[in-house]
Ligand binder design. Structure first.
Ligand code: MRU
Length: 346
């Protein structure tokens, strides 16, 4: 089974599969500056919580290369501005802030070494983040597979595979692991309006991997659940609060409500780096609002009247009470999540 490498650092450049253009075009977006990396995250060339974090870590490496001829004090302050900019490229996925914090730790720990040595230390740290992300998503996939019965029909939302996560993925990683285990699964993929990550990316990944599936409009999910045609739902997350509330792509909350109504197990799969231990509940999670054009236009074609007002939150929060279990790299967390998440700190 072919695995897609959405992020690669080669010859001093960050190479990203341009996810804005899939599936029509498979092109590589090259970043040779941290500003290009920040643009790539903000404009969703690269997207998905863990992928954003890993890309930002390499953005810090690019900044170090750009500023390496500056005197040490100037270098530190230029790096701090670059870190701040990268950190604010998108507000909801906490993996971004997590990765920047890790990179800032290296800058602080190595303060005083030559800028050349600093570059090498930062590059090592970014490589480690990427390598560990792959291991984590492999572990999440394996743990999640334990929750999938033979012959299960699985519904998923947004895109959580190798494009969104270094490695096999989170929710889609679970799907892949079940398929590899020969469980004869079937997947319904929500199209995921307005950016169509399900239609453009998940449907593409499922086809590439030969996993039997059907693409559905988001509004079909409730009917499938009412008719008993979905055995479980598995989704990813962009930020999980300390009480288990989970922010994920807009539409996830609605799925969880219907799932509860029809007793369909609802699983969230995410690495521990997606847990924001400082965030008490979903109420405190900042939800990104994106451009109205994402709703008024589809693939460049206007589908709404000129000057219409639009509300376009990119994420919503699924309350912990609607989540059957959270799959992380260490295993499976069950309610009460406050205790389970707190236990991860020890
Ligand atoms: O806006 P996006 O495409 O970055 O949103 C992605 C999602 O919501 C994913 O479900 C989430 O990041 C989990 S990916 C492992």
């Amino acid at each position: 089974m072919r695995r897609i490498d959405a992020i690669e650092f080669k010859d001093g450049r960050l190479r990203l599969i341009d996810q804005r253009k899939l599936p029509q075009e498979y092109t590589i977006f090259e970043c040779s500056t941290y500003l290009e990396c920040e643009f790539a995250i903000r404009d969703m060339v690269v997207r998905g919580a863990p992928a954003i974090g890993a890309a930002a870590a390499y953005g810090v490496v690019l900044a170090a290369a750009q500023f390496k001829d500056e005197p040490t004090e100037q270098f530190q302050s230029s790096m701090e501005s670059a870190l701040e900019l990268l950190n604010s490229a998108r507000p909801t996925a906490v993996n971004l802030m997590w990765a920047i914090k890790r990179m800032r730790g290296v800058l602080q720990e190595k303060a005083g070494v030559s800028t050349e040595a600093m570059y090498r230390a930062l590059k090592d740290a970014a490589d480690t983040i990427l390598r560990e992300d792959i291991q984590k998503s492999e572990a999440i996939s394996a743990h999640g597979n334990q929750l999938v019965p033979h012959g299960a029909v699985i519904l998923t939302h947004c895109n959580t595979g190798s494009l969104a996560v270094p490695g096999p993925g989170t929710a889609l990683g679970v799907v892949r692991a079940a398929q590899q285990a020969g469980k004869d699964i079937f997947v319904y993929a929500d199209e995921t309006r307005p950016r169509l990550q399900g239609a453009r990316l998940t449907a593409w990944e499922l086809l590439e991997e030969g996993i039997p599936s059907k693409l559905i409009a988001d509004s079909v999910a409730a009917t499938l659940m009412r008719d008993g045609k979905v055995d479980l739902i598995v989704v990813g997350a962009d930020r999980i609060a300390a009480n288990g509330d989970a922010a994920n792509k807009i539409g996830t909350f609605m799925l969880s409500v219907v799932a509860q109504r029809y007793q369909v197990p609802f699983y969230v799969a995410a690495p521990v780096s997606t847990i924001d231990f400082e965030c008490p509940s979903g109420r405190e999670i900042q939800i990104e609002e994106r451009s109205s054009r994402e709703v008024t236009h589809i693939e460049g074609v206007q589908v709404a009247p000129d000057n219409v007002e639009v509300y376009n939150p990119a994420f919503d929060v699924t309350p912990a009470e609607n989540i059957t279990a959270i799959v992380i790299e260490q295993g499976v967390l069950y309610p009460p999540y406050t205790e389970a998440i707190d236990g991860l700190k020890r």
